[in-house]
Each structure stands twice: as structure tokens, then as C-alpha cells.
Design a binder for this molecule. Structure first.
Ligand code: GLN
Length: 472
């Protein structure tokens, strides 16, 4: 498995071509079929594109991602290909256009090999909620790879792509990155256009990369970031060169450890692994201090009220009339709606729609939805206050390492608690990255999360890159 820099070196030394590389990744996808990481693969198209990129490379006219072979989560639209969102309701839906993030990758000469498996409509933390079977952890197939972007995480971990795009509404990039042992980044809300991303919770959703190292993530972010007139929530702010921001230095950097994130939920092994990395920063001149995010205990409840409310509204469009699956043998319109939705959606999606409809219904709106919005503001303010004192925060990404398949499927609350350290960044809109941080006794990866100020991905990428390369 090679980082993008290593691949580039091979390409310029002439020891490989983009076509050969693409072939290698396609073979890895084939060899790793039991992991169920992909929902569709396009070998012919990918190889054809790779040959075109090789032509450009030969004349020195290639764009920055030439040689990068990319997998994308199947919630992102790619023109002419299916976009299933892991759901039966969209099983045969072919997208008439491409997401901006995908178009930008293609414009930068990346090759897209396929679309990855995911929890249905990105709702889940284990990729067990896919209508097309669960994704398995490469290190131990009886375990889950996290979710909802489990297929993208596994694609990178198992050498099936150089990098992969995922989406993160409450942790769906960072948590699977942590559980599989790769880098996963959620940019600031608004940094990357959501055009062509099938919506789950529109005020939370962000697209971001999985990669083998922070520098690769930075290179992808350079390409996919920036304002897009097709998404009014994409921010019109300058995009720095994230690769140049990797300063190889943390001297004087103020790092906060939110005390609420180091409580009882955390295992001793994860705590120890974290402390080692914090010591590395300290001995290299960073200034470490404890901070408080006092409303942390409300994050899971607030997230699951607001995200389900938005989901219930976004998913109303799947009614059997306009998109995808329509039930057979219906007598009237009402029955078409009911049967198409009952048969088309899986259990977790139905649970979310019911929860969301409930918190938005008259009589409960004030008690749940409106109150949730107020608490969201308080959670945002906690972060803004902390960032007056520190430049970034370090927390665990997940309270546990990869759990066994089936272990939490009957207990939704237990499943929701997998997101205890990640949902706050989406509530606040701030960027976060998860990087590998050693492993537990069983050899399962531990993830460390770095959270930054709005639009300051540069700082957290720098810390991530520094920790990857520093000696303990
Ligand atoms: N696991 C969380 C959920 O189920 C987050 C999902 C996500 O980020 N898409 O909602």
C-alpha cells in the first residue's frame, strides 16, 4: 500500500503507469470481495480513464491527482452510475449528473474505480445497516469497520483505492477511520460543496477524504474544497494550500484536552494511547491544557433529535412516485406511498423517520426540536469559548475499538453511543480528523481525533501530519 507521494515517485521514475496502478487496485478489490466494501466497480471505465491520464502524464500535462485511484461512497452522484445510498429504495436509480466533489476529482485527473458500501442513507455506525449486506473489518471479518462510510474506510485500509470519499453527518468518516486504522477527515461545514450528495441531515452533512496519511488527505481536500454556486451552503472563503500548511512543527501550538471527553466511557487502553501522543506534542513544544466543553453530555440527544428531524423531511421525497422503488399491486395513491416506503426502507431508516416526525410534530416541536436547536447553539458556543484559549482540541475518536458484528444491532442506544465523541463537531460545524493512534491488546486500531476552528483545517492537518511522523 503506497501513499500518493510514493505513487507519484514511481510514476515519474517510470516504474509504473496509471493503467498498471488501476489494474492493481482492481485486482485488490476482486481479491477482497468477502469484505463487501464495494456496491459497484467499473473496471473498463477506470482503465480507459487511466490510459487517458497516462497520455497526459507522458506529455507533462497531467493535473495534480494523476495517479490517484479513488473510491467514492455510494451516496455521491456519479453521472451514468447507480447511486443506491445502501438502500433498496434506490437500488436501480442511475444518476443523471455528478456531484461537484466527484467532478473536481475527475477534473484533477483522479481515476474513480467504484462506489462503496454504506449504512442505508448513512444512518449507522457499523455499516451493518446496508440493504446489500454488512461490510467486514479487514483485520477480523467477524467485526465491523465502523460506519456509515465503512466501505470507503475498508477500501483504503485494504489497498483497494489510494483514497476514498466518505460523508460525515455525526462521525461517519472519523469513526470508521478510527476503527479500521486509517486517516479520515471531516472538513468544516461549508468547505466542500454538497451538490450531488444525497441528503441525510442537510445542516450536518459534509464530504471528506479517507487516506493513508494526512498529506494525502490534504491533497484531496485541496481539490474538492471551495465555493460552488450549485450549493448555497458552500462557503465563499479562500481555500489555502493544505499541503503547504504541513509545517512539520508544533512549537507553541496550544492544544486543549476537553475533560468531558476523558470520562468513564473510555477504555484504559485508549486513554493510555492518547496520553502517549499528547506527550509527543508536549515534548515538541506544544502547550497542553485542560479545557471544558460543559454541554457535552447533551450532544448525543441533541444530534439524534435534530438529525432525525432533518432526515424525516429529506426522506419524504422517496414516495414511489418520483424516484426508485415502487411497490407492486397497489390500488391507490396512499397505498403506493405506504407500501413503497414500507418495503423500500430498512428498519433503522424507518426508526429515524419516525423519531424525526415525532420531534417535529405539533405539540412536541417546542419540547424537542426547538429545544434541540437551542442546545445546539450552546454546544457551538462551548467550542468557540474553548478556541479562545487553544488552537485545537485532542480527543479520542471512539470510546471503543471495532466491535463484533451483531453486538449492538438490537440496542440502538448502544449503537448511537459509538458517536459520543464525534457528533459535537457536526453540531458545531467545525472540522475534525481522526488518525491512527496505536492499537489495543487484540491488535485493533485506536483513533485519535483532532478538532479545529471553523475553516482552520490547516492546523489539524499539520498536527495529524506531525504525529504521524514524530517518534514517541
Ligand atoms: N452514526 C451516526 C448516525 O447514525 C452518524 C452517521 C453519519 O455521520 N452519517 O447518525
Amino acid at each position: 500500500m503506497k501513499t500518493f507521494d510514493a505513487i507519484r515517485a514511481d510514476l515519474s521514475a517510470g516504474t509504473t503507469t496509471c493503467e498498471q496502478l488501476t489494474g492493481d487496485y482492481l485486482r485488490a478489490i476482486d481479491a477482497g470481495k468477502s469484505l463487501n466494501a464495494f456496491l459497484s466497480v467499473f473496471p473498463e471505465k477506470a482503465l480507459q480513464r487511466a490510459r487517458e491520464v497516462d497520455k497526459k502524464l507522458r506529455v507533462g500535462k497531467a493535473e495534480p491527482l494523476a495517479g490517484m485511484v479513488v473510491a467514492v461512497k455510494d451516496v455521491l452522484a456519479l453521472q451514468g452510475e447507480r447511486v443506491t445510498c445502501g438502500s433498496k429504495i434506490l437500488e436501480n436509480f442511475v444518476s443523471p449528473y455528478s456531484a461537484t466533489s466527484i467532478q473536481r476529482l475527475l477534473d484533477a485527473d483522479a481515476v474513480i474505480v467504484g462506489k462503496t458500501n454504506m449504512d442505508e442513507f448513512a444512518m449507522g455506525s457499523s455499516t451493518e445497516n446496508s440493504a446489500f449486506g454488512r461490510v467486514k473489518l479487514p483485520q477480523d471479518e467477524s467485526r465491523i469497520p465502523g460506519g456509515s462510510s465503512g466501505g470507503s474506510a475498508v477500501a483504503v485500509k485494504a489497498g483497494m483505492a489510494t483514497t476514498a470519499l466518505g460523508t460525515d453527518t455525526g462521525g461517519s468518516i472519523r469513526q470508521p477511520a478510527a476503527l479500521t486504522g486509517v486517516v479520515g477527515m471531516k472538513p468544516t461545514y461549508g468547505r466542500v460543496s454538497r451538490y450531488g450528495l444525497v441528503a441525510f441531515a442537510s445542516s450536518f452533512d459534509q464530504i471528506g477524504p479517507f487516506a493513508l496519511c494526512a498529506k494525502d488527505a490534504a491533497q484531496v481536500l485541496n481539490v474538492i474544497s471551495g465555493h460552488d454556486e450549485k450549493d448555497s451552503t458552500s462557503a465563499d472563503v479562500p481555500v489555502p494550500d493544505f499541503v503547504k500548511a504541513l509545517k512539520k512543527n508544533v512549537k507553541g501550538l496550544r492544544v486543549g484536552l476537553p475533560k468531558e471527553y476523558y470520562g468513564d466511557a473510555l477504555t484504559a487502553e485508549i486513554r493510555n494511547a492518547m496520553e502517549k501522543k499528547v506527550d509527543v506534542l508536549r515534548s515538541n513544544g506544544a502547550v497542553i491544557q485542560e479545557v471544558s466543553l460543559p454541554h457535552t453530555e447533551y450532544t448525543i440527544a441533541t444530534y439524534y433529535i435534530l438529525a432525525t428531524a432533518e432526515a424525516s423531511s429529506n426522506l419524504a421525497r422517496y414516495d414511489g412516485a418520483r424516484y426508485g422503488f415502487r411497490a407492486d399491486g397497489v390500488r391507490d395513491l396512499a397505498e403506493m406511498y405506504t407500501k413503497s416506503r414500507s418495503q423500500g426502507f430498512g428498519a433503522e431508516v424507518k426508526r429515524r423517520i419516525m423519531l424525526g416526525t415525532y420531534v417535529l410534530s405539533s405539540g412536541y416541536y417546542d419540547a424537542y426540536y426547538r429545544k434541540g436547536q437551542k442546545v445546539r447553539r450552546l454546544i457551538q458556543e462551548d467550542f468557540l469559548n474553548a478556541f479562545k484559549k487553544v488552537d485545537c482540541l485532542i480527543t479520542p475518536t471512539s470510546p471503543t475499538t471495532a466491535f463484533r458484528a451483531g453486538e449492538r444491532t438490537d440496542d440502538p442506544l448502544q449503537m448511537y453511543l459509538s458517536d459520543i465523541y464525534t457528533t459535537s463537531a457536526n453540531l458545531a460545524g467545525i472540522p475534525g480528523i481522526s488518525i491512527p493512534c496505536g492499537s489495543d491488546k487484540q491488535g485493533l486500531p485506536i483513533g485519535l481525533q483532532i478538532l479545529g476552528k471553523h475553516f482552520d483545517e490547516a492546523t489539524i492537518l499539520n498536527v495529524a501530519d506531525f504525529l504521524e511522523n514524530a517518534k514517541e
